[in-house]
Ligand binder design. Structure first.
Ligand code: UGA
Length: 429
């Protein structure tokens, strides 16, 4: 099949490489010449394990190409995926301007015959109908199309694995023909299928991200109880998670959820609920606890740090990504700087992105040990693997005082005590 993907963020680029790898011809449309050149030369722009190799393999096989042009790729395609960003507006609603512009462009260029237009961007309920209206109004005679919602569930850091072996593929459309095209396209991919209508598919995406965010906030809420009672949150959640109805996944407390998805999608579902007159108090509490998780760590650092020079390990919103959008580390660093703290930071891949966009003054260093050298305390903000079995005796000898604030519970309190650290983690005394 010939496929066009509009947008080359995490979803667009990963989807493009995977479908190209199955032998499809894939065009990817972007809007910056510099990025298009980099992508065509084999540089994926974003950091995602395994992506560079897959991109380069499919560029060499001439199955994927990147362009600024809409007309030619769309006029040759059986399927057009929309994967552009839908960032939150100030009121929490998703900003759909990029999706709407793309719908107009698609309308102008559809081929004669049938095209499926499928939105993989996370969009509020009813957006696919809006896309359909725009294309219907602006398309040329003789072109036929149907819209479908095909939400994406990949996680940054494991995006390729998640795309190839997902739990489920959701296909929502009012058109049987579109459903059939998408069922065929996804044949090489694992996972169960849910074939449904547009509204259900759109809601499945928001509900999926919101329930995971709710689990994370629930884990953080239990950590607050543990800190007040002497319970150990990891043991409590092990006990809870062994019930197969609940499971332990996404019940890891810490600094709250960040990234480009959960914060935005919980906000958007809240805004949608408010517009529909649905009670949104559960989602409001999820957001509030998420903020509280970060505030608690800031309070601990202010109260227990022996000095104001803090080493920070990890800046990305989670490990294995250079994505710093809504990263808890940056929220906390920003507030600490305002309180007069000096920050020396190390992250294995995200420092360049922080240098480009973070306003405050951070001293970036090249490795973990350099960060702790002569710092008053260490704050672990992201649980990169390389921090987990580090030489803690060396860390202790380099720090001015043996104090660690661990926002991700990567060490055992008992071990840290034996090593002579003052160790402040989340929900564990
Ligand atoms: C999330 C979903 O997991 C994907 O299924 C979805 O496709 C994606 O959003 C999206 O909508 O595009 P992602 O944001 O890449 O994926 O990352 P997650 O692994 O879900 O983590 C999100 C945040 O929650 C991170 O800040 C992470 O540190 C935090 N988290 C996660 C916790 O604090 N505790 C946990 O137990 C799990």
């Amino acid at each position: 099949m010939t496929i066009t993907i509009v947008g080359h963020g995490y979803v667009g680029l990963v989807t493009a490489c995977v479908f190209a790898d199955f032998g499809n011809q894939v065009n990817v449309i972007g809007h910056t010449q510099e990025k298009i050149n980099r992508l065509n030369s084999g540089d994926p722009i974003i950091y995602e394990p395994g992506l560079k190799e897959l991109l380069q393999k499919n560029l060499s096989a001439k199955r994927i190409n990147f362009t600024l042009d809409f007309e030619k790729p769309i006029s040759e395609s059986d399927i057009v995926f929309i994967t552009v960003g839908t960032p939150p507006k100030i009121n929490g609603e998703a900003d759909l301007s990029a999706v709407i512009t793309v719908a107009h462009e698609i309308a102008k260029s559809l081929k004669k015959g049938f095209t499926v237009v499928s939105c993989k961007s996370t969009v509020p309920l009813g957006t696919n109908k809006k896309i359909e209206e725009i294309i219907n109004k602006n398309k040329s005679a003789g072109t036929e199309f149907a819209v479908a919602s095909c939400p994406e569930f990949l996680r940054e850091g494991t995006a390729l694995k998640d795309t190839l072996l997902p739990d489920r593929i959701i296909i929502g459309s009012e058109s049987d023909k579109a459903k059939e095209v998408l069922i065929n396209l996804h044949k090489p991919i694992g996972g169960k299928r849910v074939i449904t209508n547009l509204a259900s598919a759109e809601l499945i995406k928001y509900a999926s991200n919101s329930i995971l965010a709710t689990k994370i906030s629930f884990a953080n809420l239990i950590s607050f109880y543990c800190e007040k009672t002497g319970g150990d949150v990891e043991t409590v959640l092990d006990g809870v998670g062994l019930d197969h109805r609940t499971g332990r996944n996404f019940l890891f407390p810490g600094l709250g959820y960040g990234g480009s998805c959960f914060p935005k999608d919980v906000k958007a579902l809240l805004a949608i609920g408010n517009n529909l007159g649905v009670d949104t108090s559960l989602l409001k509490a999820v957001e509030e606890i998420n903020k509280q998780a970060k505030e608690n760590m800031i309070e601990k650092i202010i109260k227990f740090s022996p000095g104001k020079n803090i080493a920070v390990w990890g800046l990305s919103f989670k490990p294995d990504t250079d994505d710093i959008r809504e990263a808890p580390a940056l929220y906390i660093i920003n507030l600490l700087i305002k309180k007069g703290f000096g920050i020396k930071a190390f992250d294995p891949v995200a420092m360049e992105n922080v240098k480009k966009s973070f306003k405050g003054n951070i001293n970036f260093v090249n490795d973990q040990y350099e960060a702790v050298k002569d710092s008053d305390a260490l704050f672990i903000a992201t649980e990169w693997n390389e921090f987990k079995q580090i030489d803690l005796n060396k860390v202790k000898s380099l720090l001015k005082s043996p104090v660690i604030f661990d926002g991700r519970n990567i060490y055992e309190p008992i071990t840290m005590k034996e090593l002579g650290f003052k160790y402040y983690s989340v929900g564990r005394i």
